[in-house]
Design a protein around this ligand. Structure first.
Ligand code: DGY
Length: 324
């Protein structure tokens, strides 16, 4: 029997591409260009499965509804799947899957890196040294904010958030609070001695650090608007490793400029790869280029997980990570 035809929309790590070649009649994106909408439409016509990523154009109704569609499964390379219109997929009868779990630890590590870097002024200090502007140690130089023992509030308390809570609570003795409309079990909550709060606002008012772990899009777009940023403590820091659209970037710039909050650590942006200019000039922000899952181990694992979903589908099984 002919192997399913599979398209990877971006370049994947070598080990994951090698596995794709073993399993399927696969087409790789060797020059790693961002595929146009027309290329994605062609992909729907010419492949049994498409494996897209967060940096592709959104696979929407227009793309799903091409004439003579061949594609039966869109197996995302990523846990967040706001690059796929799942309602349009359902209407078109196309299965959608994602890659949870395998990126949990590395994304949590980036959240902690941002938290530590922004509060301890690591980016600013690094720039000082590289610019040869460091005059030497003195008791008042670059005083920052202590992390250990502080209050860390979570908006969303799923897998990645819990991994951050584990590191923060057990490693840095931080007090954990969270809001999640779908909270985990009491047993999970007790692992971090976490306090469940009733609203996003309750978390914002209480925390020294706020870390975002909710999905992007829909009702969460601009969740962190001027009003909610205003509810944070003046000495508090905002960390975002979720999706850029969850934060109203112009409102964040104003909040940072006016001392409404102390700083921000951002791995994701509303219009990636573009970053609001004003942020680039600020010392009290740490900016990373969407590195959450960017380790070789994790990106290979994400590829294998995406392929596993395609394989299950064509073996007549339910893909383990089906989301639509
Ligand atoms: C994820 O998996 O959601 C990462 O942000 C990359 O898409």
């Amino acid at each position: 029997m002919a192997k399913p035809k599979v398209l990877l929309t971006r370049k994947w790590p070598a080990d994951a591409e090698a596995r794709a070649k073993e399993l399927f009649d696969v087409t790789l994106n060797d020059d790693d260009h961002k595929m146009s909408v027309d290329e994605l439409k062609d992909a729907m016509r010419n492949y049994d499965a498409v494996c897209p990523t967060v940096s592709d154009f959104v696979i929407n109704e227009e793309i799903f509804n091409v004439d003579d569609r061949r594609c039966k499964i869109v197996a995302n390379f990523g846990v967040g799947y706001n690059n796929i219109d799942t309602e349009a997929a359902k209407a078109a009868g196309v299965v959608v899957s994602n890659t949870p779990e395998v990126l949990t630890d590395c994304t949590a590590d980036i959240a902690m890196s941002l938290l530590l870097a922004v509060s301890r002024r690591a980016g600013e200090g690094e720039r000082l040294v590289r610019d040869k502007k460091w005059d030497g140690w003195c008791p008042t130089h670059m005083l920052a904010t202590k992390v250990t023992g502080k209050k860390l509030g979570f908006i969303g308390f799923g897998r990645i958030a819990q991994a951050v809570a584990h590191k923060a609570h057990h490693g840095f003795d931080m007090e954990i609070s969270f809001y999640d409309p779908y909270p985990p079990s009491a047993e999970v909550i007790s692992k971090y001695n976490a306090t469940q709060l009733d609203t996003v606002e309750d978390v914002l008012k209480d925390a020294d650090f706020v870390t975002l772990h909710c999905p992007g899009g829909g009702a969460n777009t601009n969740l962190m608007n001027a009003e909610r940023l205003g509810m944070m403590k003046n000495h508090a820091f905002l960390i975002n490793t979720a999706r850029g659209d969850v934060v109203d970037e112009p409102a964040l710039v104003e909040a940072l400029k006016n001392g409404v909050i102390a700083g921000a650590g951002l791995d994701v942006f509303a219009k990636e790869p573009s970053v609001t200019d004003a942020l680039l000039d600020m010392e009290n922000v740490v900016l990373l280029p969407h590195l959450g899952s960017a380790t070789t181990e994790t990106r290979v694992a994400m590829g294998l997980r995406s392929l596993g979903n395609v394989q299950a589908f064509f073996d007549g099984k339910e893909p383990g990570d089906r989301v639509a």
